[in-house]
Design a protein around this ligand. Structure first.
Ligand code: URA
Length: 435
């Protein structure tokens, strides 16, 4: 077999066999197939797509590219949650502690920012000392002791995804249904969780722009998970405007801590309670989703979720006092300036994608593979879709390294907004549940 023939067959829209997919994935993981061939193959997949059978074979091959964790010696049920990527999506940072505080161990492998969407590891690395690098033994030990662990992709767990993820980020091949499904599910299968809740984002700030495509992605991921013997469900949720109010790594950690204190934005808190309740029910911890939601809400009210976050940060080398002093410990941008509304009206559009792209340009994401990022920069929204706003009121606050960068960001962000003369209803957050 030759890599070039496999690229050519996919370029011409043919269906690849399981052996061909495995040859390509294992060869790329070993380094026998170079980045430029893998980039060409990703682009061919982007344009030609894959059948569900090919996507399943791709996922299983990627999961097999390294070790596959068996967590049954740690707990009977280990839970995981994964988002397909959005803007301002800090759900993992809060949901993990909530579910773990409710007595359900959560062990997950997360990724870095991808294109305009943020990444959980980049966010958590805003906390001084926090590290995603854990050996398998340390992963299991922390899961047992703390009940919550968020690890980066190690060399030995789904290494194919680690390489492909970084390559796709810089070759404009992220928004492909088979590539997203295999990326998410290979990590989930390799990390060993028994119960997985997927959050499939849809809208302007998501890789899936239409509800139809998002539902298709959700269904294929649920089907792959079931085939691999895991309990999986998916929620398709709105990503037309940023989730919560903060976009940018340290800013999102700060918002996550506020939410864990019960002082978070309404949309974010509602989504968290619903997803945590669903996950607790899937894990068999409660008799219904409603009971799960009530239990999840209590962890925010009585401080247990915040305490769990603190213990988790400390276990992974971070400074736990970030919980009490986020303003002192998290990196802060030199320039903070408001963007003022040029007119009156009800906000009818707050394009999440623009917020993600501007944050990358401010330095909060990567333009090239391996670029360093600036954790301090980003944007904090002062108003969201449905809010009434008067001319001259702040729409958002830009956190930048320089005045010039803040000015460039302001010009781009103005394009993200639309106003209506009549009242506008805020978008519904949860659009579909696939069980
Ligand atoms: N999240 C992932 O883990 N992979 C993708 O491809 C997109 C979102």
């Amino acid at each position: 077999m030759r890599a070039v023939d496999i690229i050519q067959r996919k370029r011409d829209g043919e269906e690849l066999s399981a052996d061909e997919i495995d040859f390509f994935i294992q060869g790329y993981t070993r380094g026998d197939i170079p980045d430029y061939q893998a980039a060409a193959w990703c682009m061919a997949v982007y344009f030609q797509g894959m059948t569900h059978r090919e996507t399943t074979d791709l996922t299983l091959s990627m999961a097999r590219s390294g070790r596959q964790l068996d967590l049954s010696d740690v707990a009977d049920v280990v839970a995981d949650k994964h988002s397909t990527g959005g803007v301002g999506d800090k759900v993992t940072l809060i949901l993990g502690p909530m579910v773990a505080a409710a007595g359900q161990p959560v062990g997950k492998m997360s990724g870095r920012g991808l294109g305009f969407s943020g990444g959980t590891l980049d966010k958590l690395e805003s906390i001084p000392g926090w590290s995603p690098e854990l050996s398998t033994q340390a992963f299991k030990e922390q899961l047992r002791r703390v009940g919550l662990v968020v690890a980066g992709q190690t060399e030995d767990l789904a290494p194919a995804d680690k390489k492909l993820y970084a390559l796709r980020d810089v070759t404009a091949t992220v928004p492909s249904l088979p590539l997203i499904a295999s990326s998410v599910m290979s990590k989930k299968l390799a990390a060993g969780a028994h119960v997985i809740l997927l959050d499939v984002k849809v809208g302007e700030g998501a890789f899936m722009r239409t509800l139809e495509r998002a539902v298709e992605l959700a269904e294929i991921m649920v089907a792959i998970g079931k085939l691999a013997g895991r309990k999986v469900a998916a929620r398709v949720t709105d990503m037309n405007q940023p989730l919560g109010r903060a976009v940018g790594n340290a800013l999102e950690v700060k918002e996550a801590i506020a939410t864990l204190r019960g002082q978070g934005p309404d949309d974010l808190t509602r989504l968290l309670v619903a997803e945590a309740g669903h996950l607790l029910h899937m894990c068999g911890k409660v008799a219904s989703e409603e009971e799960g939601e009530a239990r999840a809400r209590r962890t925010l009210e009585d401080g247990r979720a915040l305490a769990k976050f603190r213990a988790f940060v400390e276990a992974q080398g971070g400074d736990p006092t970030v919980v009490e002093k986020p303003d002192r410990l998290l990196p802060k941008a030199d320039v903070v300036r408001p963007l003022l509304s040029p007119r009156d009206g009800w906000l009818s559009r707050v394009n999440a994608r623009t917020f993600g792209e501007v944050t990358v340009h401010l330095g909060g994401g990567r333009e090239r593979k391996g670029d360093p990022i600036d954790h301090s920069v980003g944007i904090v929204l002062a108003a969201k879709i449905g809010d009434r706003i008067e001319q001259g009121q702040p729409l958002c606050y830009i956190h930048a390294r320089t005045e010039t960068e803040a000015q460039t960001a302001a010009e781009a962000l103005l394009e993200a907004y639309d106003w209506s003369e009549t009242p506008v209803a805020p978008p519904r957050l949860i659009k579909r549940t696939i069980r």
